[in-house]
Design a protein. Structure first.
Length: 120
């Protein structure tokens, strides 16, 4: 699902618990990482997270349902963009616009993912 559709769907959900359930559902649809993709473990996340790339396409994986959903959102933000475009994006603002309520450890992980993309 592309980022605009994710943002729209989340804007329609009022209940914070339902928003988080929607995020977890997004993680169920992550594309399997190809075996020969270049993967980087994202340090700073409470869960195990990898962001991978192959032929300009990003993939991700995590060991928690909620974090897989967050990875899916992050990937939807950058998919189809080149490195120069990604570096110009305000990923913090884009993610903040989703109005998701996460604890400090999840927010640290999100910042670590954003830093990964900014340092490509």
């Amino acid at each position: 699902m592309d980022f605009d559709k994710i943002k729209h769907n989340l804007s329609l959900i009022v209940d914070p618990v339902e928003k988080l359930e929607f995020v977890m559902d997004l993680g169920k649809h992550l594309t399997t990482v190809p075996k020969d993709a270049k993967c980087t473990e994202i340090l700073g996340c409470a869960s195990f997270v990898q962001i991978c790339e192959k032929d300009g396409v990003f993939y991700g994986n995590a060991d928690s349902a909620m974090v897989r959903g967050i990875v899916a959102i992050m990937l939807s933000m950058v998919q189809g963009k080149n490195i120069k475009e990604i570096k110009k994006m305000d990923l913090n603002a884009e993610f903040s616009d989703l109005n998701l309520n996460f604890g400090a450890s999840r927010l640290n992980g999100i910042q670590s993912m954003i830093s990964f993309f900014k340092n490509l």
